[in-house]
Structure formats: C-alpha cells, structure tokens
Ligand binder design. Structure first.
Ligand code: ADP
Ligand code: MG
Length: 479
C-alpha cells in the first residue's frame, strides 16, 4: 500500500496541492496563509503521511484545528493514506533534510514561494545581514513579525490612505515618495504597515537590503559607537542599505547628537536614491524636540496619517482575527467589543485574545456575550477609570473656549454644538459608557449621541486639522 502512495510521488504532491487549495477556500486566505501555507510535505511510510510544521506552537494549533480535516480529505483522495502526522521541523533543518535519502529519491522537495512565515523561520537575521558587514548588520535590523503583512491588514476609511501609500512604496521599483512618513496615535497599525512593506519588498526581490529598526535602537547603536569611538563603522553599516525604516522617531526628541547623525544618514541615503520610511506619533511639524531642519526633511516626501478607528474597521479587524484563528465569533460579541474598546487596535486584539483564551483553555465553553462581559470586567473598568465623561467635557470645553454649562445646554449654535459633538464622540471612544449613559451627561437622548459620533467620524475624514485637534485632545485625555 505504501508503495502505491510513494512510487507515484507526483500524485502525492499533486494531492497535497489540491488539498491545500481546497483548505484555502474552506478556511479563507488569511487563516490559510498563517497556519497552513507554512506546512511542507514530509516522508510517507506505513500508511502515515508526515507533514512538517515549523514550530511547536504552530503544530499544536494545526493539530487542534486542521488535522482531522486534512486527514479526511486525504483519505478520500488516496486510501493508502491511513494517517497524517505532524512533526516539528524548522525550514532551516528542512532545507537540508526534510526527507531521508530514500524518500528524497522518491519525492522531490515541495518547492514553495517564500512567505513571511517561511522567511521568518529561515532566520530573519540572515535576511537582513549584509554579506560584507554581517557582524554589524546582523544586529542593526530588528526581526519582523510574520503576521504583519498586507494580507493581514484590514483596510477601512480611517487607514486607507496610509495603506495605499505603503503599498505604493512597497510595489514600485522607482522611488515615488521619499521619505514616506506615517503617523498616528499608538496601536493603530504603523509598525504593522512598515513590516508589511519590508515583507513585500523582500518577497519581490530578496537581494534588496532592508533595515528596519526603532529610533531607540538607532540611538542606542549610535551612542554605543560614540562610546567605542567607532562612528565610522556605524556609518558604514548604512552605506549598503536599500530601504531604511525607522519606527517611532518621536523618541529622538531632545537627543541632539543622535538627530544630527540621523540627519546625516538620512540625507546621504536620500541623495543616493534609497527609500526611507519613517513613523512617529505626530506629524513632522508637530514633533517635539526635533530640530527644524530635520522636521522639514521628514515632511518633504509623502506624509500619511492613520486616524483613530471607526466602528466598521473595528468590526472588520475582529472578524478577520477570528477567522485567522479559526474561531466562531458571534456577531453580538464582536459588536460589544468594537463598541467598548475603541481606543486602539492593540487593546482590541488583547481583549479578543483574552476572550478566546478563556473559552478555550479554561472552560472550553462557547463564546457568549455574558462570558465576554465577565472576562473583560476588569479591563473595561480600568478603561472607565482612565477617563470620565466629566473630564472629557471639561477638557473639550476648555479647548474650544466655551463653558461646560454651555456644552450641556440646549444651545444649537455651531460654536457650541460642534464641541458638544466632539465631546460625545470622545466619550464614546474613551469610556465604556453606553450611548444612553453618555446622552444623560449631556442632557440628550442616545440618538443624538449616535448622530454626533457619526458626524464627527465623517468630519475627521474630511477635515485634517479638526482630526488633529481631536487627536490632540484624545492624547491629553489618555495621558
Ligand atoms: P502602532 O505601531 O501604530 O503603535 P501596531 O502596528 O503595533 O501599531 O498595531 C497594533 C496591533 O494592531 C498589531 O497587532 C497590529 O497587527 C494590529 N493592527 C493595526 N492595524 C491593523 C489593521 N488595519 N488590520 C489588522 N490588524 C491591525
Ligand atoms: Mg509601533
């Protein structure tokens, strides 16, 4: 029986190919890319088909969620396959010894295109190592997160511009904007987009030397070079960089010597036509403690900001994450999470993870609204503690030079109505109060609050300066 399966190696590989495409339709592209694409075909003997999984974590996930299905489909296609076994074997090992010599003569190694997961496993540091200066460059770049890809990035109204800009930079051979400057509040996807650009470029052209690092790391490396009087070597490291990404440059604020060095590196790379991508928590002009000439240099390419999420995007992200994890997330639970946790995506993901962990590990019970509320009780309470509606009213009123009384009054003049709507919007975003609860604080009903939230969401998209004002308010309130 075993011979039947192995002698005709093409058929086993073909079958695996067919199984993969079937699974892709069944589980969706994102889940497929995360969990199933990294699998490679191993050896076959005694009716057992071995499938290689790069890590232990992935193995346990695949075994729990997909092994039965894979076994069933395969058994149907080829009765010689009695069982499917998953073994942990990293791609590094695999590149030389996926199959025993005998197997290898029977089956060609399944050749696959590089995916972030595969590249990750094949030693991310090597990916960025420059052959000449590998000792230095090895530690210059920080590993990329294999989950931070364009495929895993959910696009909505609030981030579509930044997404389009990132894609453009990743896809074009010629430099279109230099630098690309991405900015937003925390947890809204800047780092995700930068990694996605890096993965994309690497996939298109593995020879390009991409360096991704945080501004803090840049600073640390530079200060160390100063200490060891080795700044020439430090500079040298950047010479061969094709794409330089520096995350969170606001951390360079007030660090004058680092800025100067960065300015130098920046200019010489731009002059040589290398791509630079920068992120920060504010627009170039608003960065604090950054020299004027550097600010203007940072802003001279394309500046793209990511706005705070809206409800639709939060729903999209929750559903996409749930799909990726192969979880059934009831609509009501998703709505609850999307409504309550609006501050940033990292927290939204954290909440979802907590709910899933609770349902799977502790009790293996179904995810319900009650259970979600219960599991997140502390988290929601701490959100409430963070900001109160009173505080929001006070800060927003101050900002627009009106009194809190006016804000709560029935006056409809725009000078009062707009700040009121903004305060309602922020109350919805920053607290876990319900619409009626917020309404009561403004002496209005919940439909007015709902209308205000929608209105402000629209305004944010239309009016960049208002969006910045609101974002600044949010930051002060969250501080
Ligand atoms: P920032 O760098 O702006 O602080 P991150 O890029 O670290 O934010 O994003 C925080 C988390 O939210 C990450 O886990 C990221 O994958 C996720 N995330 C952000 N934006 C999106 C999006 N549009 N779709 C899916 N996940 C997202
Ligand atoms: Mg970040």
């Amino acid at each position: 029986m075993a011979e039947e399966a192995t002698n005709n190696d093409n058929s086993v590989q073909d079958q695996w190919g067919q199984i993969c495409s079937q699974l892709k339709t069944e589980v969706g592209e994102t889940a497929f890319d995360s969990w199933l694409k990294p699998l490679t075909l191993g050896s076959f003997s005694d009716g057992v088909m071995n499938i290689c999984v790069p890590t232990r974590f992935m193995r346990s996930w695949v075994v729990t969620h997909y092994s039965d299905r894979i076994h069933k489909i395969w058994e149907k296609k080829n009765p010689a396959i009695k069982n499917v076994n998953f073994i942990v074997q990293s791609v590094q090992d695999g590149a030389h010894g996926l199959y025993s010599p005998t197997d290898r003569s029977l089956m060609k190694r399944v050749v696959s295109t590089p995916t972030p997961q595969r590249m990750y496993q094949s030693g991310i540091n090597n990916l960025f190592a420059n052959n000449n200066e590998s000792a230095m460059n090895d530690s210059l770049s920080v590993p990329l997160n294999p989950q931070y890809t364009f495929d895993n990035f959910v696009v909505g109204k609030t981030n579509e511009f930044a997404y389009a800009a990132a894609r453009k930079v990743a896809e074009s051979r010629n430099i279109s904007f230099n630098p690309l400057f991405l900015y937003s509040g925390v947890g809204l996807g800047k780092t995700h987009l930068m990694h996605a650009i890096a993965w994309h470029i690497k996939q298109q052209d593995p020879s390009r030397n991409i360096v991704y690092l945080s501004a803090e790391k840049f600073m640390y490396k530079f200060v160390r070079a100063l200490r060891y009087k080795d700044t020439t070597a430090f500079k040298e490291q950047f010479r061969s960089v094709d794409v330089l990404m520096v995350d969170d440059v606001q951390f360079m604020g007030g660090k004058d010597t680092t800025q100067e060095e960065f300015f130098y590196t920046f200019n010489s790379l731009i002059e040589e036509g290398r791509q630079i991508i920068i992120s920060a928590d504010k627009s170039p002009a608003d960065l604090e403690g950054i020299e004027t000439r550097l600010k203007s240099r940072l802003g001279c390419g394309l500046v793209a900001d990511i706005h705070p999420t809206d409800f639709d995007l939060r729903m999209g992200i929750l559903n996409s994450k749930a799909r990726q994890l192969g979880i059934e997330l009831p609509e009501r639970v998703a709505e609850f999470l999307a409504q309550k946790i609006s501050s940033n995506i990292r927290e939204l993901e954290g909440a979802l993870r907590r709910v899933i962990a609770h349902s799977q590990l502790l009790s293996d019970k179904e995810i319900t609204l009650d259970m979600t509320q219960d599991v997140l009780k502390d988290m929601l309470r701490s959100f409430d503690k963070r900001t109160t509606i009173d505080e929001i009213q006070k800060k927003v009123a101050e900002h627009f030079n009106i009194s809190v009384k006016e804000m709560q009054s029935s006056r409809r003049a725009r000078t009062v109505a707009r700040p009121r709507q903004i305060a309602m919007y922020l109350a919805k975003q920053l607290t876990s109060r319900s619409l009626p609860e917020i309404g009561r604080k403004f002496d209005r009903d919940h439909t007015t609050v709902m209308h205000a939230v929608r209105k402000v969401e629209e305004l944010i998209l239309e009016d960049a300066s208002l969006a910045e004002n609101i974002d600044a308010l949010r930051r002060t309130l969250e501080a």
